[in-house]
Design a protein around this ligand. Sequence first.
Ligand code: PHE
Length: 347
Amino acid sequence: MSLQEQLETLEKETLQQIDNATDLDALNQIRVQTLGKKGPITEVLRGMKDLAPEERPKVGSFANQVRDTLTQQIEEKKAVLETEALNQALAAESIDVTLPGKQIPQGTRHILNKIIEEIEDIFVGMGYQIIEGSEVEQDYYNFERMNIPKNHPARDMQDTFYISDELLIRTHTSPVQARTMETHDFSKGPLRMISPGKVFRRDTDDATHSHQFHQIEGLVVDKHITMGDLKGTLEVLMKKMFGENREVRLRPSYFPFTEPSVEADVSCFKCGGKGCNVCKNTGWIEILGSGMVHPDVLEMSGIDSREYTGFAFGLGPDRIAMLRYGVNDIRSFYLNDTRFIDQFKGE
Ligand code: PHE
């Protein structure tokens, strides 16, 4: 291959390499390799001494021309790559102020607490006190003071977690009745209280049973309290909870600590009483147990049952929440799964 041809091939190959170079380092390598002191062009110029004298100027000027072309191409490509690198750096370092900020997860009240607070507000509005009971309770208050003596068959109604023979975790909020009655000073006015809290029963957990659930106990004691007061109070509660058109129906029932005892139903808030899946086609939803405080319960708390009467009720916020929000498994309330609770954020 003549020197001329060698230079032509070199130019072609190098131009291709320059074209392919993707970064400044690669381009610099090409420059050093082809135009440097040990590069092929210097080599060709050095070989000129072997040429015929009339050939030398021709080859020499061609070699210079190739070197100039390559130098210029390298410079141009360098400018392109530098601009690219700058743009990339700018893009990488820039802050997009239009991007949405990082969401800080925000908690929400548990749906059961919301229901309890709603009911508390309703009763506070009617002049009731809110009393806190104790989850660990004496057998004496949980049962005996509620007219359920030791070994009485009525104890079978409430399967119990005993801590010792005399101590248990309460099966209902009713012991708070006895505890408030025995300390209430009637010279300061009637006793009107509700007591919300957790209760425990040795139930097998399923969709409608949980070994832990909630109750709200209600108690009013004064002179001349009648069942009419009970019904009226429950009506106010149910209308506020389930809508103005709700009605309350009382059915005879049995509790050892009330006499007479009733089960209260509310007319179905979904179908209005015509019958649907929520009320199991009866038009009524069973909502709580209640009755007139048993005279013996009053007497055991030091209240004269010939002078004073009262009503009591025990309602279940879990059940109210299930009905109102269409929750079909009570265990969902106790799973600590925020995805469940977050569904009711807007409520
Ligand atoms: N304590 C009863 C229960 O848990 C409910 C109740 C409370 C009934 C007050 C009547 C009066 O089943």
